[in-house]
Design a protein around this ligand. Sequence first.
Ligand SMILES: [Fe+2]
Ligand SMILES: [Fe+2]
Length: 129
Amino acid sequence: MTQLLWSDDFCIGVESIDHEHRELIILLNEICQALGGKSGIVKDKLMGELFARISAHFALEEKIMRNHRYDRYQEHKLDHDKLLDELREIMDDHEASGYASAEKLVKALVSWFTLHFKSEDARLHRQLG
Ligand SMILES: [Fe+2]
Ligand SMILES: [Fe+2]
């Protein structure tokens, strides 16, 4: 089963962001578990919730970056936008085909988050800290 485990390496030192990262990982892992048993409707609901929470999280991070006039704001935001595009595509496919692609979504998220936490989000912390 694909899973993303919390690691202290992911801590960026901004309380509100670290809290949301943990919550996103919990929800992501809930979806991983849901892949096995739960109905398509439950999976759709979880995927929708995950998308909404990720969008809200990115908006918070982007606000903090703008407030601090962060130098890599554009690059960091572009990385966020790329993931949201990828998620939209997976969800559109899912809607069009009725085929449960939650697994694809989770795989994309796990690899994206692992990389993004360790690169852009960690750099953000070093800069703000
Ligand atoms: Fe980020
Ligand atoms: Fe983040």
